[in-house]
Design a protein around this ligand. Structure first.
Ligand SMILES: Nc1ncnc2c1ncn2[C@@H]1O[C@H](COP(=O)(O)OP(=O)(O)OP(=O)(O)O)[C@@H](O)[C@H]1O
Length: 328
């Protein structure tokens, strides 16, 4: 089990992590989700004792990382899969880590088998593809057969087959009763992998719930309506205190968009007020849209702020204020 309490990390003006409190339980895959720059890596580094918190505490099985007697036997981590010596073979890389941590050499072949790298065990890691590098990173994390795993974006850059392999692998590890915390900036990926989601934006907790609950709460349904009696119907909506937005369709015809209502309701309202409806459609926000809505206020970067980082756009209004633990 991982416990994080009041965790804060400040870098000069930036509050990279801001008063985070959450627990990660064994037996399920827990997704650690947030846009780029949200503070996921910094949080993981603090859990692993690699960065010192400005405030707050983190423990693994009740003990701060630095006080664990056999850290590799308790916690496995994948932070940067490229952190290998390019001229060293996969097996030698693992043997070196096993030896320096007092782990049995026999475990090297076991973990290479677990991640499907037995056949390339003697090959230099410098020639490994991204997917092979990620597998080796997982093998390294599993060397001490730990009960707790922390993996930072393990599917980043992988092809669909590699992503599926990592997903199934993580689920199997959790099913063995391990605590698995895996970070990602993509809700669509986490929705398929994680049972539970801890969502952060700008260092703050946005949501801590089951994946099912998060998706249910954040998915927004809108009704799109077209009518020749546009002015009359918007007057009805205003009279009934129902908020709406104006939009246009592909043919540039005016549309009325009503959030969080059903077509049944809008259709009945139009009928009861004598409005002729020419189109009535329900639109569900995609998972990614929903996620961006929830963390939209919390996004850190725009194009140009940090070279090489993809832009996260979409700062639509936050649907559920209670879920966004933010000041702005
Ligand atoms: N060593 C550092 N010095 C100064 N600022 C830092 C440092 N490390 C992280 N930050 C800042 O802390 C914030 C959180 O960064 P972090 O890397 O933890 O986010 P992340 O969610 O892991 O994002 P990504 O997916 O892009 O890695 C960012 O504003 C980042 O610029």
């Amino acid at each position: 089990m991982i416990e994080v309490s009041g965790l804060t990390k400040r870098y000069r003006q930036v509050r990279a992590v801001d008063d985070l409190t959450f627990s990660v339980n064994p037996g399920v895959v827990t997704g650690f989700l947030g846009p780029n720059g949200a503070g996921k890596s910094t949080t993981m580094r603090m859990i692993l004792g690699l960065d010192k918190p400005t405030a707050g505490t983190t423990t693994i099985n009740g003990v701060p990382y630095r006080k664990l007697r056999n850290p590799l036997r308790e916690v496995g981590a994948l932070l940067d899969a490229k952190a290998t010596h390019p001229n060293r073979s996969a097996a030698n890389h693992l043997k070196w880590i096993a030896k320096s941590n007092g782990l049995p050499k026999s475990r090297v072949d076991e973990v290479l088998g677990l991640v499907g790298l037995s056949e390339v065990a003697g090959k230099k890691t410098g020639g490994f593809s991204l997917g092979m590098g990620q597998r080796l990173g997982l093998a390294t994390a599993l060397l001490g057969d730990p009960g707790v795993l922390l993996l930072d974006e393990p599917v980043n850059g992988l092809d669909p087959e590699g992503i599926r392999w990592v997903r199934d692998f993580l689920k199997a590890l959790a099913a063995e009763g391990r605590t698995v915390l895996v970070s990602s900036h993509m809700l669509s990926e986490m929705a398929l992998t994680a049972d539970h989601l801890i969502v952060i934006g700008r260092g703050k907790l946005v949501s801590d719930s089951s994946t099912y609950e998060f998706i249910k709460q954040s998915s927004r349904t809108s009704v799109l309506m077209r009518t020749e009696q546009y002015k009359e119907f918007t007057a009805v909506l205003e009279e009934e205190n129902i908020s709406y937005r104006e939009d246009i369709d592909e043919e540039k015809r005016p549309l009325i968009v009503i959030d969080d209502q059903t077509t049944d309701f809008v259709g009945a309202l139009a009928y009861s007020t004598g409005i002729m409806v020419t189109e009535l459609t329900e639109r569900k926000a995609s998972l990614e849209e929903a996620f961006l809505q929830m963390t939209g206020h919390a996004q850190e970067y725009h194009t140009g702020d940090r070279p090489g980082q993809p832009e996260i756009t979409g700062s639509a209004p936050v649907p559920n204020d209670q879920m966004l633990n933010e000041e702005n």
